[in-house]
Design a protein around this ligand. Structure first.
Ligand code: C2E
Ligand code: CA
Ligand code: CA
Length: 652
């Protein structure tokens, strides 16, 4: 027969070119890469031995018979194995190599491999696949079955890919299925036209297609920086996790590039980043991965000294300047480590933990390695969720404002109340203000939250006929971030004006963090508002600095004793003494005292005896929604009788 073997030669060339392209780029030593290269090697082997076999068949008398057998056996073996390996490769790519499906498929593959090997190995004696008769090449009784096995493998490929659609994108799905279908067609053509040795050529084209779509090393490279990208990072993590290997990720973030960006332009900052990366890859062994923006990572075996050594080296390197366009630029860097599986158990969790660790390093202004923990990561994640909820609550103005009545000992009435913000989320339920206010302060939303609260307070005072209910004023919490806005006083007054609220109906509470800030803007805001008739209270007194200068320097009218001070004095004599002296000191400055956290009648009595002017706490009422608060005020006299008058009478 006149075999057309030129396609085989083309196939060999194509596979060599693809291999060359593959090796010319940085690539990860993954199992799929190994299988991919194995497919290439099998196609080359099959093509090569196809050509040799054509030559040997044409010169059958020259070659010893055993050699003729071996050449053809190698051809058949490599040809059939190509499809078995392609099947295994797809199982891996689609992540179906694990679980029940994976186990069954592995068993089928093993059986097929054994069948192929045995059938081909025994062919010289059993005439299974081919044999020679009168120096002529003949097909054995299993010859067609061997092709049928290739069909089954390819059908298996199509089935696996189609049933793994979630794990594989559309482009890859089309590529892998096309490869399988075209292979089937090519094998059928060769079965019909025996002399047309087309199969390997088609396989080599498909090998190229595979390289271009699924196995392109570029997919895992950051081409500009010539290091691995986040996809390679996630892949390496998954690989180690699958093998149940413990490891540590060292992540770092470069700071200062934005500055270069603004000053010298994007190109310079990109060039600088490339210099930094080059330096880091030169100075350190181990693969460096580019996560995103200025964030990078290394992966090390657990308990090796590598993470520590790398961190030390990075710290040392960033002490000296980097150069771009002959300008020396000082960059800084934050670092954190994440341990697998203690801190994070999946790639998603690892990325979260890295973000949490690097953010923590920035928040704490730490240049040391932040060792992330499960708790810190979970907290960070919750903060991110709450931040998200806050944004939508601000958009929808869905905060509620509750009121907690405050009892005035002089007036013998609930003449004031504190406005307290409430945030509810469908999934997380009630989120305490202690938790979301600091987050809102950090992400800047506090200004809008404060605005919404103040609008709602004014709206309530306008609609509820506060005076008739006996409400003299409402205490509104102000965050220090609000107090440091230059125009705050104008802004707040304009809101009160809009609702027609007399300025003296609002008392603003500020927490004693002001010792740490520049007071000028705060004082100006306070002065302007006090001039108009508002008053100010120091909140949470007794929890912060022992410095009390601000009581003298700032124009406060009220001091709110923190609940912890009240509770400590309840069952501790020394704390009681402190409370007595504190109260006396405050009174001597001409200030009034509000005691918070009053939960029992005894506490109320004790606080009255030390000179407190106002009492606030669960003993009288928890913070309640506006309508309930109106109801409470309507029955206030009854409440005072039950909670105070009657009990006082019982004592005397
Ligand atoms: P705060 O200003 O010290 O508010 C008093 C807190 O003590 C309130 O907690 C109140 O519900 C609680 N409380 C009152 N009496 C008792 C009692 O007898 N026992 C106990 N166990 N707790 C009592 P809440 O509403 O959870 O608020 C927590 C903090 O969140 C507030 O502490 C305040 O710092 C902040 N906050 C609340 N609303 C606002 C707001 O509108 N703006 C700003 N900037 N901060 C707010
Ligand atoms: Ca308060
Ligand atoms: Ca307080």
């Amino acid at each position: 027969m006149n075999y057309i073997f030129h396609y085989d030669i083309a196939a060999i060339l194509i596979c060599i070119i693809v291999g060359g392209l593959f090796f010319s780029k940085k690539h990860i030593p993954s199992q799929s890469n190994r299988l991919f290269l194995c497919i290439g090697a099998l196609i080359i082997t099959a093509s090569l031995f196809d050509v040799i076999s054509v030559y040997s068949l044409n010169h059958i008398e020259v070659f010893p018979m055993w050699l003729n057998y071996i050449i053809n056996q190698i051809y058949f073996f490599s040809f059939n194995c190509t499809y078995v390996i392609y099947f295994i490769y797809l199982l891996l790519i689609t992540e179906r190599h694990k679980g029940r499906y994976g186990k069954i498929m592995k068993k089928i593959n093993t059986v097929v491999l054994i069948f192929i090997t045995v059938a081909i190995a025994i062919t010289p004696w059993a005439k299974t696949i081919f044999y020679f008769e009168n120096n002529e090449y003949k097909h054995g009784f299993l010859h067609t079955i061997l092709y049928a096995v290739a069909f089954i493998m390819l059908a298996g490929c199509i089935f696996t890919v189609l049933t793994s659609r979630r794990k594989i994108n559309n482009m890859h799905l089309i590529t892998t299925c096309t490869i399988a279908i075209i292979s089937i067609v090519a094998i059928m053509i060769q079965l019909i036209w025996n002399e047309l040795l087309l199969v390997n050529f088609v396989a080599s084209l498909l090998f190229f297609m595979l390289f271009h779509s699924l196995q392109n090393p570029d997919d895992y490279l950051d081409k500009e920086l010539d290091i691995f990208n986040i996809k390679a990072f996630l892949r390496e993590i998954t690989k180690r996790a699958d093998k149940k290997k413990e490891f540590t990720v060292l992540a770092f973030e470069i700071e200062g590039l934005q500055f270069v960006d603004q000053l010298m332009g994007v190109e310079s900052s990109n060039e600088l980043l490339a210099t930094v990366v080059k330096d880091c890859t030169k100075g350190l062994k181990g693969d460096m991965y580019h996560l995103e923006g200025p964030r990078f990572a290394y992966i090390f075996d657990k308990n090796s000294k590598d993470a520590e050594e790398h961190a030390d080296w990075l710290k040392w390197r960033f002490v000296t300047a980097f150069h771009v366009n002959r300008v020396a630029v000082n960059l800084t860097m934050r670092m954190c480590t994440v341990d697998f599986p203690e801190v994070a158990e999946s790639s998603e969790e690892i990325l979260n933990a890295i973000s949490s660790g690097l953010d923590e390093a920035k928040e704490e202004n730490s240049y040391d390695v932040v060792v992330t923990t499960r708790e810190s990561t979970e907290k960070h994640q919750r903060s991110a969720i709450i931040s998200h909820i806050l944004k939508s609550a601000v958009r929808n103005k869905s905060f509620e404002v509750y009121f907690q009545p405050i009892y005035s000992i002089d007036d013998k009435a609930f003449s004031a109340a504190e406005a307290l913000v409430r945030l509810r989320d469908e999934e997380l339920g009630f989120i305490p203000p202690d938790e979301f206010i600091p987050i809102a302060e950090q992400n800047g939303l506090i200004l809008e939250v404060g605005d919404i609260v103040f609008h709602k307070v004014c709206e309530f005072l306008q609609s509820a006929d506060a005076k008739d209910l006996g409400i003299r004023y409402v205490e509104v919490n102000l965050s220090m971030v609000q107090c440091l806005q230059e125009d705050l006083h104008k802004h707040l007054k304009s809101i009160m004006d809009r609702y027609g609220i007399p300025y003296n109906m609002i008392d603003f509470e500020v927490t004693e963090t002001f010792s740490a800030v520049d007071n000028k803007i705060l004082v100006n805001n306070m002065d302007r508002l006090i001039d108009s008739g508002c008053t100010f209270a120091v909140d949470d007194y007794g929890t912060g600095y022992s410095n009390t200068d601000y009581l003298i320097e700032l124009p406060f009218e009220l001091v709110k004793l923190d609940k912890s001070v009240v509770w400590a004095a309840t069952d501790n004599e020394k704390a009681m003494k402190v409370l007595e002296h504190t109260a006396a000191m405050i009174k001597s400055l001409g200030l009034k005292i509000v005691a918070e956290g009053v939960e029992t009648f005894e506490q109320a009595l004790m606080l009255r005896s030390v000179g407190c002017d106002f009492l606030q706490g669960y003993y009288f009422s928890k913070p309640i929604p506006p309508a309930e608060y109106v109801e409470f005020m309507r029955n206030a006299e009854q409440c005072i009788k039950e909670k105070l008058t009657d009990r006082l009478a019982m004592l005397s």
